[in-house]
Structure formats: C-alpha cells, structure tokens
Design a binder for this molecule. Structure first.
Ligand SMILES: *Cc1c(COP(=O)(O)O)cnc(C)c1O
Length: 352
C-alpha cells in the first residue's frame, strides 16, 4: 500500500535506535543510558506535578526550565532553547541553521542520526574522514561548506576534541554555524558553552538523557546567542507548540538543583570506565581513550560481531555497528560496578 506514501517517505532511510528488548535480567550496555537513577529531587518534582493540572497545556516556552539551564550555565534565558530530547533540538537545528546552499560537513564516523536528518530535510552533506586514530583534524575542515556539526566527545568513539580545536573551527568559518553536540560532555569534557559570548556562529546542544539519568523524560537543550535560538524557536513554533510536557519541564528543572548528586554520578561513571578500560586492555583489547559514558574497543584476534553475539548469549547487550572502518569495534556503555564485573568476567571467558 506504499502508493499512498509521499515521494519523500519513499526515499527516507530512518535512524535505527539501539534495541530496548523486553527481557528481564538483561545487562543492558547498548544505548548509553545511565545505570543510576535520576536525582530524588527530580522524582519529587514530577510527583508534585502529577495532579489535576495535567488537564492544562504546559508552558509553550518552557520558561521555568530555560531559567534553570540559563542560571546553571551562566547565560541569559534568551540564549537557551529546550526540546523533546536533544534529538528534537538537533532536528530543528538541521532545518533552521544547517540547511544552507553549500554542503554541511560532519565526520565520517559520527552520530548516525545526522545523515538521517539530512535525508529528511533535503540537506546536502559531505563527510570528513577522521584520522587513523579516530581524531578529528581541524585542518581537514578548511574547505567551502554551509555549516559544520560534530559530537564532542564524538560518538561512537568517545574521543574528545580539545576546546582549542573547537575555537579554531569557529574562527576558520566565522560566517558558518558550527553545532557542537555535547551529549557526553559531562563525563570528562569541557563544554563549549563558555565560548558562546565570543562566537555568534556557535550552537551547543546537550541532553539530560545520559549524565542526568533522564533518557525516559526526553529533554534536551541548545545554548547559543539569541539570534541562533530565535531560528530554532521559529521552526519549533511552526511544528509543535508544546514539545515538553508539564512533568518533563518540572522534572528536568529540578535536576539542575541537585549539583552534588549530579557530580557524584558522573564521577562514579568515570571511575568505572577506568576500571573497565584497564581490564579490557589486560585481555588484549585496544580501547580508544574515552571522555564519554561508553568505551569503543576492538580485539586484534576476535571478530566484534562474534563477541557481541557471544555476550548476547550471556544476556549482556552491547552495540555493534556493521559499518565501514568500525565493524571490528564494540561500543560498550558504562554500567554499575556489578554489571561491569559481570561484563569483565564474560569477556575474559570469551577471549581466553
Ligand atoms: C544520545 C545522543 C543524543 C540524543 O539524546 P536525546 O536527548 O536522548 O535525544 C544526541 N547526540 C548524541 C551524539 C547522542 O549520543
């Protein structure tokens, strides 16, 4: 019955999210969720809003949440955009800022949603190869382009690009928007948000899904000078007036009030990441240095697809990408200490 589809839909290649299997007792290390619960303050805030007010529409502008984010990051509310997950924020950025006459640039190995948005919005793009160590080379972006986007730390490699290099990119293309997708920045990176006052072409996107344990609430945001935010608001207000529901607005806002809990959670993930990295190196894995809540690793003798399958048989789920350059790598989310110990045990048996 696909004759009913629009021509655009015929040509779409949708994003395929990591599995969310409905199986119990699974060690789920495949979608970079946080293994720890969100701050109790978040749950209290949501509970407080779970009342008869749900009959009313939420604040279309999300002012409460924008104010929390602005205060937390030391910017003005007019420099903050909020959306239903950073995927939605990114989607609006593609349509509002990254669709230009010249092609968009992003790394060849990167978040696989980027080419999907290009397909949806008809954006011409070129990929720029990372070097042999999966590092982004700023000099390779010295070419005509309409805009640039990349995750920092990158996904799925976990590699961090130093802030100096981000600044070089911004200065290389002062008349082009540069979007830095900081989904994982809280696990060891330094945010580029501090640069927005100096760079009118910089937009930084973040999410509450990973470091704030709120993947299920769907909240993301962007920070940039007011003219960039205005472009996102125009697209948002032409698409959905209420992308964030009342519970999401209040819950997300409360997350920024619990700095202690947030910092401790991130530190725990970082410590576990170092334990897992050392253990896997012991087993002969090459592990890319990670500043994220996952590691990207390859074994010189074992096929990554086989390893993923053998882990699966032991009820451990990791992410395998059957793609050029990375088809011998596994992306493994950092879980709790107990999950990590189970993973280490399984891997040492499989690779023995
Ligand atoms: C997880 C992730 C996102 C999306 O996060 P949501 O806020 O859950 O939509 C965006 N970019 C990258 C690189 C990610 O890994």
């Amino acid at each position: 019955m696909s004759q009913f589809w629009s021509p655009l839909v015929h040509d779409l290649t949708p994003y395929v999210p990591g599995e969310q299997p409905k199986i119990d007792n699974l060690i789920k290390l495949n979608t970079n969720e946080n293994p720890y619960p969100p701050s109790p303050r978040v749950l209290t805030a949501i509970a407080e809003q779970t009342n008869e007010k749900l009959r009313l529409y939420p604040d279309p502008n999300g002012d409460l949440l924008k104010a929390s984010i602005a205060k937390y990051h030391g910017v003005d509310s007019s420099e903050v955009f909020v959306g239903n997950g950073s995927d939605e924020v990114l989607a609006h950025a593609f349509q509002a800022l990254l669709k230009q006459d010249e092609p968009l640039l992003f790394p060849d190995i990167t978040y696989s949603f980027y080419p999907v948005y290009c397909g949806l919005y008809g954006i011409d793009y070129r990929t720029v190869p990372l070097d042999e160590n999966f590092c982004l080379k700023v000099a390779d972006y010295q070419r005509p382009c309409g805009a640039i986007i990349f995750p920092n730390p990158n996904a799925p490699t976990g590699r961090l690009l130093p802030l100096d290099a981000v600044r070089q990119l911004l200065e290389m293309h002062p008349n082009r928007v540069v979007v830095v997708d900081e989904a994982y920045v809280d696990f060891g990176g330094q945010s580029a948000i501090g640069l927005i006052k100096d760079y009118p072409n910089l937009l930084v996107c973040q999410t509450l899904s990973k470091s704030r344990s709120l993947a299920g609430l769907r909240v993301g945001f962007a920070v940039g000078q007011a003219h960039l935010i205005e472009a996102l608001e125009r697209v948002k207000n032409s698409f959905n007036s209420y992308p964030l529901d009342r519970l999401a607005l209040f819950g997300a806002s409360a997350s920024f009030d619990d700095e202690d809990y947030f910092q401790r959670g991130c530190q725990k993930i970082i410590a576990t990441r170092e334990v897992l990295t050392a253990a896997m190196q012991q087993m002969g894995f090459k592990v890319i240095p990670s500043a994220a809540n996952f590691i990207f690793a390859t074994h010189p003798q074992k096929s990554a697809a086989d390893l993923a399958q053998q882990l699966r048989e032991r009820k451990i789920l990791v992410r395998y990408f059957n793609k050029p350059r990375i088809d011998q790598y596994l992306r493994i989310t950092i879980g709790t200490d107990a999950e990590t110990q189970a993973l280490i045990k399984a891997l040492s048996e499989i690779t023995a």
